[in-house]
Design a protein around this ligand. Structure first.
Ligand code: KIV
Length: 277
């Protein structure tokens, strides 16, 4: 790569992204990647790589905070992690999840929690799971200037009701999911995550909507793909779902590094002269 090429690449990586870019990418048939992040250093890596959308997922609960699901995550925790991510990723669109309990009881609750995620958490948009009254939440969020991302299919916040199962397998539930996706689009959502749904159904939804679909376990026909960063890095402490691809084994690398330090300390090799004053 020439130095000019390198400069071009670094410029394009650090450009500012917006939700309008995603619509344009769909129009041009350009696929995009979204990843989760929960802290400053990993958000900075994603931003440097030019990831256009970063999701501060409530998966922070089972990936970082040691909960056994996303259900216990609070609005306060989401604000705390969103802040760190936005500081590390000034160029990406940062989407923060509305956690369980913050919008299921009323639309007003959801609007208030969303406002906090934007004002205090620095997020650029919010995401919530499901349809029903969430469609009204989407519409009112957008009306007040709060961009909204939908999430259909497997909705982890409903684990106690639905379990972690592929959704939309029969014609009735597939039609319902398609109708829900259309309703979210009509309400003004700028994108919809499709989690753990058959590839054909994700393809039908993607073709039916003018807003981008972002798949996770939803096959190759979606406009974008999202993974939980800890699954991609091989850093998860829980068994990864089948759809999650580990691109590296960071847990082993970390373990090796920690063991090397421990052994050098035990042997008196660390600190050596280079690391002492
Ligand atoms: O919280 C999360 O990580 C998510 C993804 C699974 C899309 O919602």
């Amino acid at each position: 790569m020439s130095s000019d090429d390198a400069k071009d690449a670094s410029t394009s990586r650090s450009r500012q992204h917006s939700i309008r870019d995603l619509a344009a990418m769909k129009e041009q048939g350009e696929r995009f990647a979204m990843l989760t992040a929960y802290d400053h250093p990993t958000a900075a890596v994603l931003d440097a790589a030019g990831i256009p959308v970063i999701l501060v997922g409530d998966s922070v609960g089972d990936n970082v905070l040691g909960y056994d699901s996303t259900v216990p995550v609070t609005v306060e925790e989401m604000i705390h992690h969103s802040r760190a991510v936005k500081r590390g990723a000034p160029h990406a669109v940062v989407v923060a999840d509305l956690p369980f309990g913050s919008y299921q009881i009323s639309v007003e609750d959801g609007l208030r929690a969303g406002v906090r995620l934007l004002k205090e958490g620095g997020a650029n948009a919010v995401k919530a799971e499901g349809a029903g009254h969430v469609v009204e939440l989407a519409q009112r969020s957008v009306e007040m200037g709060m961009p909204f991302m939908g999430h259909l299919g497997l909705t982890p916040q409903s684990v106690n009701q639905l379990g972690y199962r592929v959704q939309g397998r029969d014609e009735g539930s597939a039609e319902q999911l398609l109708a829900d996706a259309r309703a979210l689009e009509a309400a003004g959502a700028f994108a919809v995550v499709l989690e753990a749904v058959p590839s054909d159904l994700a393809g039908r939804v993607t073709a039916a909507l003018s807003i981008p679909t972002i798949g996770i376990g939803a096959g190759p026909q979606c406009d974008g793909q999202v993974l939980v960063l800890h699954d991609l890095l091989g850093l998860s402490t829980r068994p990864a779902p089948r759809f999650a691809k580990a691109y590296t084994d960071l847990r082993s690398q970390m373990l090796d590094a920690v063991k090397a330090f421990q052994s050098e300390v035990a042997d008196g090799e660390f600190p050596d002269a280079d690391h002492s004053y």
